[in-house]
Design a protein around this ligand. Structure first.
Ligand code: OXD
Ligand code: MN
Length: 611
């Protein structure tokens, strides 16, 4: 087999780790590629891969003056989002995967996928991608090796991870690395499976070319396998952005925030405060994933961003919503499924400026303004290096991570959930996270706009039993002497006419400032049944272009709505079954009882929180 002759990489990339060599050989025997390329992560290699991808029609170069080093990729139209129904956690028992995951027995999954992988790389090249999730050399980082038949994957992995030589150096002689196998096969949904084997630290992904299914360091390792390792090793792998809030005096407070996919994590992580907040600055540590560990010395929770780039949603990204993202994607970026202008620029719904009269749509078809269909796919993406971000925190690569003072949970909710609320304590905060709900978005296949429970924004990403995951969160309290304060936010509340009540984007700084001040114990709040909310005057609303009534409405807590909300928590809790920590179900019941009491005592059904 040709594969064997090229298995020993050409100097100077020398691979000595026998575990890696053996495993790659085993994967090559199975998939039978024509040749094997070991990725060293160099610039020269990157250019070579780009040229090859262009030649093969996988990438299209864009206007080099407007977008230097940028390319467009169009995926198969049947392959544009994560496929939750085809994603499996393959643990020895179904209970370990829990009721929120699809499960396959490891033996069955390996057998089924072995048959599909057999010869899947014939006529193709196998790229061996060594990578690190997290800063090189950090005790919090993990090494992975992904073998893939997609040069698009290799190119994206170089942006999204610390890829190449550094990873092999960090691994040394160790056998402790994630084994990721990917083949696009024939990109047929009938033969598409994303299988995780947490006990083997292994991921097998077949039949897709879409980022979330195939960039195995991201959702698969950093979240699904990561959450399993976190439980085993006593840390947290979370679907959270990490940002630093710097005050005019130079004080920086770090905040981690969980929002479901396509709910504005990237915008929040790169936010530019409005004029009113002169001298304030937001620094991005990460926009999607946080790995958090307790530091034994100070008892605080420290977070790293395991990623090295952003795989962000393009539609809606503009100079209004996220000027830093616009700068970030101005060079060395791969765009997937966006529309293209006649002069080789990119376009998507919600981009700045007038809608161009003519475009090539995300499927490569001519498009004009009268077209009923969207020009860019709603889940079209950019893959951009973190180092392009003008707001990148100087600690983004710090092996220790940054100390987290506040954790925010946020969903996309038209009703019920107030603009902001602080949990009374860690346990109450776990309850906030565990009961989070959100309307579904285009980031996953399936219906959009349905409220579903998405605990900690981890529903599609928790690699083990959700009830045990909640228990793990609760147990973290015992490890911390200074736990972060926990908050819930909702930027998406609507009025009776379906219009958003809160302006969002940069104006979210007003809420963030209250969060920071609460975390630092220097601003008041009003106690409600569910948590602390800002009192009148606590939120800085000056120079804000909306009425105080509108803010009150966005911040309001309506007991009737919460009664319904708590009822729907029950359904969700029941679905978790016996692993659900009793403390959570009791907390729910306590809240219901308190609502009853409040109704009697106050003879009112409404709490106006901002009075
Ligand atoms: C993502 C997602 O790609 O959450 O970040 O889907
Ligand atoms: Mn995400």
């Amino acid at each position: 087999m040709a594969a064997h002759t090229s298995l020993v990489p050409a100097p100077p990339m020398v691979v000595k780790n026998q575990h890696v060599l053996d495993w790659v050989e085993e994967m090559a025997k199975l998939t039978k590629p024509d040749n094997i390329v070991w990725c060293d992560g160099s610039d020269e290699e990157n250019e070579r891969f780009q040229a090859l991808a262009v030649k093969q029609g996988i990438l299209e170069p864009l206007n080099d003056e407007k977008l230097p080093g940028c390319f467009l990729h169009r995926s198969n139209p049947n392959d544009v989002a994560r496929v939750e129904n085809l994603t499996f956690i393959c643990t020895p028992t179904k209970e370990e995967a829990g009721p929120t995951n699809n499960w396959m027995a490891p033996k069955d999954a390996y057998a089924k996928l072995t048959a599909l992988f057999d010869g899947s790389m014939k006529g193709r090249t196998m790229y061996v991608v060594p990578y690190v999730m997290g800063p090189l050399g950090s005790p919090m980082s993990k090494v992975g090796i992904e073998v893939t038949d997609s040069v698009y994957v290799a190119l994206n992995m170089r942006i999204m991870t610390r890829m190449g030589r550094g990873a092999l150096k960090m691994l040394g002689e160790s056998n402790d690395f994630n084994r990721g196998l990917h083949s696009t096969l024939d990109c047929n949904p009938e033969r598409r499976f994303i299988c995780h084997f947490p006990q083997d630290n292994t991921i097998w992904s077949i039949g897709s070319g879409y980022g979330g299914n195939v960039l195995l360091g991201k959702k698969c390792l950093a979240l699904r396998i990561g959450s399993y390792l976190g439980k085993k090793e006593g840390w947290l792998a979370e679907h959270m952005l990490i940002l630093g809030v710097e005050s005019p005096e130079g004080e920086v407070t770090y905040v981690a925030a969980a929002f479901p996919s396509a709910c504005g994590k990237t915008n929040f992580a790169m936010m530019i405060p409005p004029k009113r907040f002169k001298g304030w600055k937001i620094w991005t540590v990460g926009d999607d994933i946080a790995w958090m560990r307790v530091n034994q010395e100070d008892g605080r929770l420290y977070a790293i961003n395991p990623e090295f780039g952003y795989f962000g949603v393009a539609p809606g990204t503009s100079n209004h919503s996220n000027p830093n993202a616009i700068k970030t994607v101005s060079k060395n970026t791969i765009f997937t499924n966006v529309a293209k202008t006649p002069d080789g620029d990119v376009w998507w719904e919600g981009k700045d400026g007038p809608v161009p009269p003519e475009l090539i749509d995300w499927q490569g078809r001519p498009w004009d303004k009268k077209s009923a269909e969207k020009a860019a796919h709603p889940n079209s993406r950019f893959t951009a290096p973190a180092t392009n971000n003008p707001a990148l925190s100087k600690f983004y690569d710090d092996p220790q991570g940054v100390p987290i003072s506040a954790i925010i949970f946020g969903g996309r909710r038209a009703t019920t959930v107030p603009l902001v609320m602080q949990a009374f304590n860690w346990m109450n905060g776990v309850f906030f996270g565990a009961t989070m709900g959100s309307e579904t978005t285009a980031a996953a296949t399936g219906k959009v706009g349905i409220v579903r429970r998405d605990p900690m924004a981890m529903l599609p990403f928790c690699g083990y039993n959700m009830g045990e995951y909640f228990a793990h969160w609760m147990s973290m309290q015992g490890r911390m002497t200074q736990p972060p304060k926990v908050f819930m936010v909702n930027w998406f509340r609507k009025d009776k006419n379906g219009k958003f009540l809160w302006p969002g984007f940069g104006e979210n700084m007003r809420v963030l400032k209250w969060v920071v001040d609460r975390a630092r114990l220097r601003v008041g709040g009003q106690e409600t049944l569910f948590g602390w909310v800002p009192r009148a005057g606590d939120l800085d609303l000056s120079e804000l272009d909306i009425s105080p009534e509108q803010v009150d409405e966005a911040a309001s807590i309506k007991l009737e709505e919460w009664e319904q909300e708590l009822a729907s928590f029950k359904e969700f809790f029941d679905s978790i079954g016996p692993t659900l920590p009793k403390a959570l179900s009791l907390h729910r019941e306590l809240l219901l009882a308190r609502i009853e009491a409040a109704k009697v005592d106050l003879s009112t059904k409404e709490y106006a929180t901002a009075e």
